[in-house]
Design a protein around this ligand. Structure first.
Ligand SMILES: [Zn+2]
Length: 420
């Protein structure tokens, strides 16, 4: 409603209680049974729908929705070399924009409010996030193995400058060296220095495959986490994607440095990495843990709620222990509550107004404990209304403008030669 003062959600169900929630200035201003709408508020009657915090996707390459269903039956290196890299070489900012818009439609539909992204043309990613109304931490991937890192450095600096204008819109910047096998020691040291100087988060793939670990030990004499620590890259604002092969000493080091590890179980299984992120050991060591989908090229879905089930199942299965992770704990991982640095964390007065209303008439949520149903019975289709920063991005299952986004993304994919 134009000119509305705030947003009031009335008659929602929260932990068995009927509550109201008011948002103002993008924040939750009031939450509780006594909350009423104020004059001028846009109002949503929730009709008893469950109210939950929105999800945080800790690792994406959003624009890779363009690559969904393309070459996915190939092994990793053949998939990259024969399918992905040749097309990415010709990728334009508009491709990234529409691919990211498509990803945003999917994330809004399935309840994700914020994501951590690493992809080419990051300014186009930020523009798409802004236009979609979501939040993100965005960084362009840094590539460069040798001593000549000038081109990578100047691209990174230009990207940072282009992204600066988006900070006020809840779109943060990160430095995103791709991995220790694509960014060399010189570039990684430069990244560490710049991150410290400008207080920027670092987002990097780490310990995804066993070969990455053995190559690192052969080249540097230490495992990947110790190698990053030697270069000054393990800090409180470092987000490590995957962490499949981390050993006990690495987990303890990561916990001590305050880094976050984002597990991407579906992408790991699709690419058949052959291992499972050691969540129980990470939790015991005190590591902050989040959940991610990775790019749609290697998942192929951005439905984090579906991936949450896989995460919980694979942890129980790998541990041979049905108590390895409780449903309520898994839910915390998906909402960012187990990794404060990711920027999510739940519903509280004064916190960001990022929340979901779930389908009140759904068979998935009709019986049993809500968190258990959310982890094991539901998928993203359970989300009825998505609110981010106090703005309603989906109401009753409808995302405005979604059809155009789907059509434009398909056009871009076709022009890249990967359309149907
Ligand atoms: Zn990735």
């Amino acid at each position: 409603v134009s000119g509305a003062k705030g947003l009031a959600v009335l008659g929602a169900s929260l932990a068995g209680e009927t509550v109201g929630l008011r948002c103002e200035g993008g924040l939750i201003a009031e939450l509780g049974p006594q909350v009423t709408a104020e004059p001028g508020d846009e109002t949503i009657g929730a009709g008893g729908a469950p109210l939950v915090a929105a999800l945080v996707n800790g690792h994406t390459h959003a624009a890779m929705t363009l690559f969904r269903g393309y070459g996915g039956d190939l092994p990793l290196m053949r998939w990259l070399e024969e399918k992905i890299w040749p097309v990415e070489a010709g990728l334009e900012a508009e491709d990234v924009y529409w691919g990211t818009r498509l990803a945003c439609v999917e994330m809004i539909r399935t309840g994700t409010a914020r994501f951590w992204d690493m992809y080419w043309h990051p300014e186009a990613t930020a523009r798409a996030v802004r236009d979609a109304g979501l939040r993100a931490t965005v960084g362009g991937p840094l590539f460069g193995l040798g001593e000549d890192t000038a081109a990578a450095e100047s691209t990174a600096l230009a990207d940072l400058e282009a992204l600066e204008a988006y900070a006020a819109l809840g779109i943060d910047r990160a430095l995103a060296p791709h991995s220790i096998y694509i960014a060399g020691e010189k570039l990684l040291r430069w990244t560490a220095a710049l991150a410290a100087e400008r207080r920027l988060p670092v987002h990097i793939h780490l310990s995804e495959t066993e070969k990455e670990v053995s190559d690192c030990v052969a080249a540097h004499g230490v495992r990947p986490a110790a190698y990053l620590d030697r270069l000054g890259l393990l800090g409180e604002s470092t987000v490590l994607a995957h962490g499949v092969w981390l050993d006990q000493a690495e987990l303890e080091l990561i916990a001590e440095r305050g880094c976050t590890v984002v597990s991407n179980p579906v992408a790991n299984m699709k690419l058949a990495v052959g291992g499972v992120f050691p969540y129980p050991a990470a939790r015991a060591a005190g590591v902050a843990v989040g959940l991610g989908t990775d790019g749609a090229g290697s998942n192929d879905s951005l439905d984090l709620l579906s991936d949450l089930k896989v995460f919980a199942l694979v942890q129980r299965h790998a541990a041979g222990d049905a108590t390895a992770i409780a449903a309520a704990e898994a839910w915390k991982v998906a909402t960012g509550a187990a990794a404060p640095r990711l920027g999510g964390g739940g519903l509280c007065v004064g916190g960001p107004a990022d929340f979901l209303l779930l389908r009140r008439d759904s068979h998935e949520l009709s019986l049993g404990e809500l968190e258990s149903d959310l982890v094991y019975a539901a998928s993203g289709s359970i989300v009825e209304t998505t609110v981010v920063g106090g703005r309603v991005l989906m109401r009753d299952g409808v995302v405005e403008g979604a059809a155009e986004v789907v059509a434009r993304a398909a056009e871009r994919a076709e022009s890249l030669g990967i359309g149907v």
